[in-house]
Design a protein around this ligand. Sequence first.
Ligand SMILES: Cc1cc2nc3c(=O)[nH]c(=O)nc-3n(C[C@H](O)[C@H](O)[C@H](O)COP(=O)(O)OP(=O)(O)OC[C@H]3O[C@@H](n4cnc5c(N)ncnc54)[C@H](O)[C@@H]3O)c2cc1C
Length: 509
Amino acid sequence: MTEQHKIYDLFVIGGGVNGAAIACDAAGRGLAVGLSEMQDFAEGTSSRSSKLIHGGLRYLETYDFKLVRDALLEREILMRRTPHLVWPLRLVLPYVASQRPRWMIRLGLLFYDYLAKRKVLKRSEAIDLRRHPAGVALKSDYRHAFAYSDCRGDDARLVIANLLGAKRAGAEIWPRHRFVTAVRAGVVWRITLERVSDGRQFTVEARALVNAAGPWVVDVAGKMQIPVGRKLRLVRGSHIVVPRQWEGEHGYFLQTQDGRLMEAFPYERDFTSIGTTDEPWEDAPEKVAISDKEIDYMLAEVNAFLKKPVTRADIVWSYSGVRPLFETGGGRDGDLSTLTRDYSFEIDHEPGQAPVLTVFGGKLTTHRRLAEHAMQKLCAVMPWPADSPSRTDILPGGDVGPAGLEPYRKSFKQRFAWLPETQADRYVQQFGTRAEEMLKGADKLADLGPLIGADLHQREVDYLLDTEWARTVEDIIWRRSKLGLRLSPVEIGRLATYLKERPTLPQSL
Ligand SMILES: Cc1cc2nc3c(=O)[nH]c(=O)nc-3n(C[C@H](O)[C@H](O)[C@H](O)COP(=O)(O)OP(=O)(O)OC[C@H]3O[C@@H](n4cnc5c(N)ncnc54)[C@H](O)[C@@H]3O)c2cc1C
């Protein structure tokens, strides 16, 4: 069945971090915005990243200076815009005699510090691992290292924060609605969407379209008959998660035996995340999965550094994603890790015709900037406000006050002193100030409803269903939170039963 719906100024296809950020920026300019995502939000690449909000030290080696500078500047903007979801990470890069010379690393880090224009983050320094706490977990062969600052963040929740920002500004958000086709009818696009749950189709209209479908971008462009003049390379990256391997909040940036760089850092309080890989991926993006070879590679590389080896039996979780990279003539032959991670756009537009902007590539770190830049391109051909609100606005949950997250966390814990400390910490990290909305009217643990498992109560599940578009067990335990690391199979079953029995509001329509 096909039925007619409303006219948007801008319609965005893809609810990963880039589509969400574009919707947020456009709605913040006062435009009527719609966004459709065929799966759950962030179910594509945007929940499968290394979670670094970084300039990308490794990209200095491929002379991607513009990407590094732009990304470095974003770190502090995002720490202000979403302070609960982006936080500093001190990384330690051990010196390895057979790899990059010490002067080269020092010079690279000086350049990194120079490009960054830091206000909050600490500058880089040389450290002696024989005396520094970061040396304790490492084999005694490693004596010298460099420490420098980047950030890490919660990728999937950054997507939700941007969508909540878009919704706050009036955008309509359509999860689990597949874009089927779009036909240009003069100054509007006629867009057919399909509700995934029952196959019901309907049409919306928009004065402009954005294709932010990440690894599916070429497929989506085909459905609107827009030619794409570049070759897409899908590159798989995988991670393993193991119980926490060292004391302290620092991470390690490790030089691998094949000359790459790999991270290992504290994750979700009790765990360590290790990754990533760069492997060609020829199959459909949704089928991506970790291989035994990647696991062996990551274990061997991390164990070359750590005093206490990590084994296969330690792995509690693993995940994989695909990077949609585009061949632009750069990069070293055959070396996928050297293909550019920067974004680019193509805009298809003629006077009197509704435009479509296609987004290629991009990083989690640069999502805000990419959105601002995408809107600049569209504003050049549409009569829309030229100023982006995103440099100064604070996304929902981020309004912790000018003193920053830590004073807010302290006051939150005082006001909700009846919450166990780790649960209070998790709420602040996950929801920021929105935790107070979730806890409204509660003054003891029993007010949060039955315990499902770990520290997940029914109140939180209801809040995720009602305000964050969550529907399935996976939405809740792997994207809105990482409680999948803590829940037993019985507890996961309990959550599934609750979701089956609880009536939910329809998602849009
Ligand atoms: C292994 C790995 C590690 C990474 N590490 C980092 C890092 O540490 N730091 C960093 O800054 N970046 C990192 N990145 C890059 C970052 O994750 C991506 O740049 C970012 O997530 C891309 O977001 P996106 O919105 O473009 O794509 P996606 O998140 O993939 O979103 C595209 C969405 O479009 C939807 N879609 C597709 N077709 C349709 C359709 N027909 N209808 C409706 N919806 C559709 C998909 O379901 C998907 O959700 C990493 C990437 C990988 C793979």
